[in-house]
Write a protein that binds this ligand. Structure first.
Ligand code: NDP
Length: 328
């Protein structure tokens, strides 16, 4: 067994340290599939892990990175063989299990799904957990029975990763998309992704009224807290908001009024432990329903040694769209 390059978080008495180093293959964790990683990506959660701002990492030393695409090197799992192209999102990768910011991982084959036809490895990580979660949100809205005829759909944190993909997917599905952002300078970018209207974030950060003016029939919320409470209070009768994020905070200072007087629903969306059939459905839809030019317009690419700096920027809300990490 040899070594491979990895970004490693260590815990010390003074806090945590993060650095690139050679990692011993013998120290990889249990799993029935070994994957040579080609690309990973940067999600908000990766930023939290890298900066230590929230207790995402549950084991030290840890290789962070919750998303990967790569090629199977060795497998004793019936579903995968050497040479297969695979994706992994979540399942504790980069939190409890050694993760994706490394040239190699050893994981459970049950966590993997095949790279869908029509997506390159780079495109798969341009989508990443953020894009796959945006698709889970759209699927939740659709399963609720909502269609674009019911009214507009709002996306909060629209210029972020989940938000950018959600704008593109909802617009492609025929929704009149209202993109809520704290970065008005990104209006043209968001319109390029399919947003019909831009809403200044400040319209969602004021005091929460039990019921506000009915403005949208559906929504994807990536920020939580006061903005989500305001989004709920302005949702039309019978509408639903898919909630997946907490960039503004974990609290939800709402009232029951929208739920019991307007029949509004809050749809919780988790990507990490989502069952495999849902993942496969989401990824197959992403391969067909996400415009490749729009995906490219929201994506930048960095090498592994720039991930730490980018991690600080995503937690500060300074990253636009999606960031692919080229593992090299
Ligand atoms: P990003 O940082 O790319 O996007 C978050 C966006 O939220 C920012 O770009 C910004 O958008 C907005 N924002 C940031 N800070 C604040 C604030 N204080 N108040 C209001 N809005 C703010 O992160 P991701 O897209 O990767 O993730 C978004 C959220 O979704 C995170 O909380 C993440 O943990 C969560 N998530 C959850 C998943 C799940 O399984 N449930 C899976 C993936 C992500 P703008 O500048 O446009 O206002």
């Amino acid at each position: 067994m040899g070594t491979f390059r990895a970004l490693v978080i260590e815990k010390t008495d003074a806090g945590q340290t993060v650095g690139l180093r050679d990692f011993d293959e013998a120290d990889l964790m249990d799993g029935d599939v070994t994957v040579r990683v080609s690309h990973s990506t940067l999600n908000y959660k990766d930023g939290l892990a890298l900066t230590g701002k929230a207790p995402v990492v549950r084991r030290f030393p840890m290789i962070p990175g919750v998303d990967l695409v790569g090629t199977v090197e060795a497998s004793s799992h019936a579903g995968f063989k050497a040479g297969d192209a695979v994706i992994l999102n979540g399942w504790g990768l980069g939190e409890t299990h050694l993760g994706a910011y490394a040239q190699k991982v050893r994981v459970k084959g049950d966590w993997l799904i095949p790279l869908p036809a029509g997506l390159s490895p780079h495109q798969a990580m341009a989508i990443g957990t953020a894009g796959y979660t945006a698709m889970l949100c759209l699927m939740a809205i659709e399963k609720h029975g909502l269609t674009p005829e019911r009214g507009p759909a709002i996306v909060t944190g629209a210029a972020g990763g989940v938000g950018s993909v959600a704008v593109a997917l909802l617009a492609r599905a025929g929704w009149h998309v209202i993109a809520a952002t704290g970065r008005p300078q990104e209006a043209e970018y968001l319109k390029g992704l399919g947003a019909a209207e831009i809403l200044d974030r400040s319209e969602l950060t004021g005091p929460v009224r039990p019921l506000g003016k009915e403005r949208w029939a559906a929504g994807v919320d990536t920020v939580g807290s006061v903005p989500l409470a305001n989004v709920i209070s302005m949702t039309r009768y019978g509408g639903a908001i898919a909630a997946c994020g907490l960039a503004a905070g974990m609290d939800l200072p709402s009232t029951v009024a929208p739920f019991i007087l307007r029949n509004v629903s809050l749809l919780g969306v988790d990507s990490v432990m989502a069952p495999k059939p849902l993942r496969v459905e989401a990824w197959n839809r992403l391969a067909h329903e996400l415009d490749h030019a729009r995906l490219a317009s929201m994506t930048s690419t960095i090498p592994l040694d720039e991930v730490m700096e980018a991690g600080s920027r995503i937690v500060a809300g300074q990253i636009r769209g999606r960031v692919v990490v080229d593992i090299g």
